[in-house]
Design a protein around this ligand. Structure first.
Ligand code: FAD
Length: 393
C-alpha cells in the first residue's frame, strides 16, 4: 500500500477563503495542498459581481455581517482590511473601480482575481489539486487522514473552506457542515441569503406583468432597513434592497416597503386637492407609470384629486410608505448568493479560526456562521478569515 502523502496543511475547497489561506500559510514556509472537487479553482469567484467580482467594500465594518455572535468577525476583519486586498490587486496590475456604495469591482473580469490567487499560490508552492473528491476525513492523536480519489493524505492542520450551499452547479456541497458534525462542532441552522423573494398567489396575479420594473425603495424588517432598488420579477421581488433584507427574513415574516421614502406624498396630494389631475397621473410623477397604474387599479381606485377626501389621501400615503408584503418564500439555494448560518462561532477562535475542541482543525469563509451584506463584504470575510487562519495553520 502507498504511504499517504504528508503535508503541513491541507485545505478543503479552492474558493476565495481556501486560496487566501493557502497563500498565507505558504508564505510562512508551510507545505500546503488545497483539495478541490471542481475541475478548476474559484468557480464562484468567476461568476461573482456579474462576472466582474465585487472583491471588497471600502466601508467594511462588523455591522455589515450577520452572525449569531456579531462580535466574532471583528478580529479577522481588523487584521486583513479592504486596503490589504487592494494592495494585492494593485500588485498584480488589475484595474478596478468603485461602482457605488464603496463596492470595488474589476474593470475587466473576475478571472483576474482567480489568476491573482493562483499566481500567489504558485509563488509559495501551495499546490491546488482539482477534480479531487474527498471520501473520508479522520484524525488520530497527531494527524488528520484523508482518503481521496487521488490517494491518501495526512496533515497537521486541516482547514475546511468548502463554502456554503448556494448554487450547487458551481460545486457547493454540505461537506463542511458534515465534517463539523463529525467532529462534534455545533452548526447553526442554514438558510439561503441574498436571495429573491417570492409572491404569494394573490400578489403574483397582480404584479407578475411588472417583471423587469425597478424602483428605489426603503425595505425594512424588524428595525433593519435598506434604501436601494427593488426589482419586480416574474416570480416575486429582487434587486439590492430585497436581496439584503432576504438575509434577515424568516418564513412567515412580513417586510415593509416604503415606495416613496424621500417624498412627503401626503403633503403633495393635499396641496393639489383642488386639482382635476387623476391620482394615477399624480403618482406617476414619483413612481414608474406602470406601477402607479397598477396600484390605482388594485388598491386605490383612480379618481381626480379633487374628488379624494383628506382621509383617503392619508390612507393612500400610509400604504405607499408602508406597503406590507408577506413573501411566500425565497427562490432557494439555486438563486441565493450566500448561506446564512453555519459553523457556530463559539466553536472557533476569532483570532485564528481554529476550533476550540480539535487542535489543528480550522473553518474559514462562508461555511462559518458569518454572512456579509451585499456589496463585496462576503469576499472580504473570505479573505480576512483565510488570512488569519493562514498565519496560524
Ligand atoms: C452568483 C454569486 C455572485 C456573488 N457575487 C459576490 C460578489 O460580487 N462579492 C462578494 O463579496 N460576494 C459575492 N458572492 C458570495 C461569494 O462568492 C462567497 O461568499 C465566497 O465565494 C465564499 O468564499 P468561500 O471560499 O468560503 O466559498 P467558495 O468560494 O464557495 O469556495 C468553496 C470551494 O469549496 C469547494 N467544495 C465544496 N464542496 C466540496 C467538496 N465536497 N469537496 C471538494 N471541494 C468542495 C467548492 O467547489 C468551492 O470551490 C456571490 C455569490 C454568488 C453565488
Amino acid at each position: 500500500m502507498l504511504k499517504p502523502q504528508h503535508n503541513d496543511v491541507m485545505i478543503l475547497g479552492a474558493g476565495a477563503a481556501g486560496l487566501m489561506c493557502a497563500i498565507e500559510a505558504g508564505k510562512r514556509g508551510r507545505c500546503v495542498v488545497v483539495l478541490e472537487h471542481n475541475d478548476t479553482a474559484g468557480k464562484k469567484i468567476r461568476i461573482s459581481g456579474g462576472g466582474c467580482c465585487n472583491f471588497t467594500n471600502i466601508h467594511t465594518a462588523p455591522g455589515q455581517f450577520l452572525s449569531t455572535n456579531p462580535h466574532f468577525a471583528k478580529s479577522a476583519l481588523a487584521r486583513f482590511t479592504p486596503d490589504d486586498f487592494c494592495r494585492l490587486v494593485k500588485k498584480h496590475g488589475i484595474s478596478f473601480h468603485e461602482k457605488k456604495l464603496g463596492q470595488l469591482f474589476c474593470d475587466i473580469n473576475a478571472q483576474e482575481i482567480i489568476d491573482l490567487l493562483k499566481k500567489e499560490c504558485a509563488a509559495v508552492n501551495a499546490q491546488i489539486l482539482t477534480s479531487t473528491s474527498i471520501k473520508t476525513v479522520t484524525k488520530n492523536a497527531a494527524h488528520f487522514h484523508l482518503k481521496t480519489n487521488h490517494g491518501d493524505f495526512s496533515c497537521e492542520s486541516l482547514v475546511v473552506a468548502t463554502g456554503g450551499l448556494s448554487i450547487p452547479p458551481l460545486g457547493a456541497t454540505d461537506l463542511g457542515y458534515r465534517l463539523a458534525k463529525q467532529f462534534a462542532i455545533k452548526v447553526n441552522p442554514c438558510r439561503p441569503g441574498l436571495v429573491p423573494l417570492l409572491w404569494r398567489k394573490n400578489e403574483l396575479a397582480i404584479f407578475q406583468d411588472l417583471s423587469g420594473l425597478s424602483v428605489n425603495a426603503r425595505v425594512s424588517l424588524n428595525k433593519i432597513l435598506f434604501d436601494e432598488n427593488i426589482l419586480f420579477t416574474h416570480k416575486g421581488l429582487s434587486g439590492p434592497a430585497i436581496l439584503q433584507i432576504s438575509s434577515y427574513w424568516r418564513e412567515g415574516e412580513t417586510i415593509t416597503i416604503d415606495l416613496l421614502a424621500d417624498v412627503d406624498i401626503l403633503a403633495e396630494l393635499k396641496t393639489q386637492h383642488k386639482s382635476k389631475t387623476t391620482l394615477k397621473n399624480t403618482l406617476a410623477d414619483y413612481l414608474p407609470a406602470r406601477l402607479a397604474e397598477k396600484l390605482c387599479q388594485h388598491f386605490f381606485a383612480d379618481q381626480p384629486l379633487n374628488e379624494i377626501s383628506f382621509h383617503k389621501m392619508e390612507k393612500i400615503s400610509d400604504w405607499l410608505h408602508g406597503w406590507i408584503v408577506t413573501p411566500a418564500g425565497t427562490e432557494g439555494y439555486a438563486k441565493a448568493e450566500v448561506t446564512v448560518g453555519g459553523v457556530d462561532t463559539t466553536e472557533l477562535s476569532s483570532k485564528t479560526m481554529e476550533t476550540n475542541k480539535i487542535t489543528g482543525l480550522y473553518f474559514i469563509g462562508e461555511v462559518v456562521d458569518v454572512t456579509g451584506h451585499l456589496g463585496g463584504y462576503n469576499f472580504q470575510w473570505a479573505w480576512a478569515s483565510g488570512f488569519v487562519a493562514g498565519q496560524s495553520v
